[in-house]
Design a protein around this ligand. Structure first.
Ligand code: ATP
Ligand code: MG
Length: 267
């Protein structure tokens, strides 16, 4: 799965990444689902360890074009984890109060505490994506943000956060199908926004903005992964694998009791 890692400093050209890639699982959805189930069980245990240990913080950033599958990942990959230790923070267009502050203000408030795993559904990266594409601030303002974001994430990492960032990579045809499905299915219509069609017209500009994000902000302590996301089962498998591997590398341990329990007898 390391092949989806953006090496720090590498220049990303998204047209070189196949959104329909299914790695070793060519046509093997069944095998992939079986593997996914195993990873899901491991994630449950690892998250419990994180919670019990109460030392580290885990931040997972999800970014994608509309219909890219952020909600699906949250539902499926984190299925079974203990909700007491996991939180989702969704970032929409900023409120009036949020606009009064710097763009990282609302983000920092949602950063994980000790033992906590937080999933960002959209993030501070919107401030160099939609904000750039729609000229919501002048270029001299958003251009400075890559360095600011790198500094911010380094500060979080130096204070105990493990950061993983996933860009869910779908292509324009796949988005068309998914938007059409939302339109056709009465149980999905609530997710459809006419505004999504305006964003779709700006697809190429968004790809350029994403390429800059991926090229400028992947770091050792806060890596980006480009996840092939046309096939939902493969997308989930890739994210689960990377997450489990990263959490295993933390070598977490259940803490000892703070009291001396030797010789305790329960009557
Ligand atoms: P889905 O993908 O399921 O439609 P969503 O994340 O798109 O969910 P919406 O409520 O449809 O949720 O959209 C949220 C909108 O808020 C997005 O268009 C996003 O680009 C926008 N947004 C997020 N952060 C910012 C920001 N800092 N400045 C301006 N717009 C933002
Ligand atoms: Mg939307």
């Amino acid at each position: 799965m390391k092949r989806y890692l953006v090496k720090p400093g590498a220049k990303v050209n998204l047209s070189e990444f196949d959104p329909a890639d299914t790695g070793e699982f060519k046509g093997g959805k069944e095998a992939a689902l079986a593997e996914f189930e195993k990873l899901n069980k491991k994630l449950e245990t690892l998250q419990e360890l994180l919670f019990a240990e109460r030392k580290r913080k885990v931040l997972i950033v999800l970014q994608a074009m509309d219909t890219g599958g952020k909600d699906g990942v949250i539902r499926r990959v984190f299925d079974g984890v203990n909700p007491a230790g996991v939180r989702v923070a969704s970032f929409k267009a900023p409120t009036a109060e949020e606009l009064e502050h710097d763009y990282l203000w609302r983000i920092h408030k949602q950063a994980p505490g000790k033992g906590e795993m937080v999933i960002f559904n959209r993030s501070h990266y919107e401030d160099v994506l939609i904000v750039r594409v729609h000229n919501l601030v002048p270029p001299e303002v958003w251009k400075k943000r890559f360095d600011q974001i790198n500094d911010f994430e380094r500060m979080l990492a130096e204070n105990g956060a493990t950061i993983l960032k996933f860009y869910l990579h779908i292509d324009k045809d796949e988005q068309k199908e998914r938007l059409q499905a939302r339109l056709d299915d009465p149980t999905k219509r609530w997710k459809f926004r006419l505004g999504d069609l305006d964003e779709r017209k700006l697809w190429d500009e968004y790809m350029k903005a994403y390429e800059d994000v991926l090229s400028k902000t992947s770091a050792e302590h806060a890596p980006w992964y480009i996840v092939p996301a046309n096939r939902k089962w493969y997308r989930d498998l890739v994210i689960s694998s990377i997450l489990v591997e990263t959490l295993e590398d933390l070598k977490m341990k259940y803490p000892e009791s703070e009291e001396n329990l030797n010789g305790v007898v329960i009557e």
